[in-house]
Design a protein around this ligand. Structure first.
Ligand SMILES: NC(=O)c1ccc[n+]([C@@H]2O[C@H](COP(=O)([O-])OP(=O)(O)OC[C@H]3O[C@@H](n4cnc5c(N)ncnc54)[C@H](OP(=O)(O)O)[C@@H]3O)[C@@H](O)[C@H]2O)c1
Length: 293
């Protein structure tokens, strides 16, 4: 019997609500702008997980009326070829967002490709210009996963100002930008990582605890302050003894749900919010461009 007392932070439902709002924005503005928003997802190689993510993104685009300009390249594609494609997409008036699906094959450098994307079309919010704007608290395209976390906290009216937030994981994709976003909302932020000593003690201080690590069930109930808000960004595939695989987060959900006040499920938490924020960034770029015409 589950003793879960925490309320679920339902990312799936909120993501659906955001998609419906975006769909009506697209419908009402399209006649005026004269074309739909456009997103180009570039995938290189045949990573099966990436193929699923790309398909999901394209399906989500189709549902709300965003045109997809996705391209799939063979694993041996050179950096020069990809740079040329990105340069064309930067110039293409029909395209408002460009993203390179990670991971890339080893011979390609994700960072240098990212630099080629026009910051105004950087749907993933990872270009140094957009990250710089975040550091300065300026408006700009924000990285999708941390933006999704912030949106979910807002939806459930979770107070952030003055709260102690611990972010476990310091990647440029999730942990670092999220720490900046929490700081912008006046949390007292602690960043933890693989060299953090006494991780349990650090986590137990948190009013808001975020795990963005990639280690199944690293965060256990003993590491969580009673009543804390727990956000699980991790997505890990785990096989049971029968060989069936399922997704688990970085948080031991069942036991942590007995101590936390709020918790995100995996799946159905931050994953769908990330896709919703990608669509939102694309629609925002589209609206912004149309204002310049
Ligand atoms: N829900 C979504 O849409 C979404 C989006 C993106 C990522 N994710 C998931 O989120 C997780 C993290 O992704 P990422 O891209 O940020 O991963 P990453 O680049 O591998 O970064 C992992 C971070 O965790 C830290 N870490 C590793 N082991 C640790 C430990 N034992 N204790 C404390 N910290 C530890 C690392 O510290 P160091 O810096 O010291 O190495 C690093 O900062 C993954 O499971 C990924 O699949 C989900």
């Amino acid at each position: 019997m589950s003793l879960q007392t925490a309320q679920l932070l339902d990312g799936k439902t909120l993501a659906q609500k955001i998609r419906t709002q975006l769909q009506s924005r697209v419908r009402s503005l399209q006649p005026q702008i004269g074309r739909p928003p456009g997103l180009a997802v570039l995938m290189v190689g045949d990573n099966p997980a990436s193929a699923v993510y790309v398909r999901n993104k394209e399906k989500a685009c189709q549902k709300i009326g965003i045109a997809s300009f996705g391209k799939h390249f063979p694993a041996q594609t050179s950096a020069a070829e990809l740079e040329e494609v990105i340069a064309e997409l930067n110039q293409d008036e029909r395209v408002d967002g460009i993203l390179v699906q990670l991971p890339l094959p080893n011979h390609l450098d994700a960072v240098s490709l990212l630099h080629q994307i026009e910051p105004e079309k950087d749907a993933d919010g990872l270009h140094p210009v957009n990250l710089g704007k975040l550091v300065r608290s300026e408006a700009g395209l924000r990285s999708c996963t941390p933006a999704g976390v912030m949106e979910l906290l807002k939806e459930y009216n979770i107070p952030i100002e003055g709260k102690k937030a611990v972010v476990v994981g310091r990647s440029i994709l999730v942990g670092k930008p999220l720490a900046l976003m929490l700081l912008e909302k006046n949390a007292t932020v602690i960043m933890a990582h693989s060299r953090t000593r006494y991780l349990g003690d650090v986590c137990r201080e948190a009013d808001i605890l975020v795990a963005a690590v990639g280690k199944p069930e690293l965060i256990t109930a003993e590491m969580v302050k009673p009543g804390a808000v727990v956000i699980d960004v991790g997505i890990n595939r785990r096989e049971d003894s029968q060989g069936n695989s399922r997704l688990v987060g970085d948080v031991a959900f069942d036991s942590v749900a007995e101590v936390a006040s709020y918790i995100t499920p995996v799946p159905g938490g931050i994953g769908p919010m990330t896709v919703a924020m990608l669509l939102q960034n694309t629609v925002l770029s589209w609206e912004k461009k149309s204002k310049k015409i």
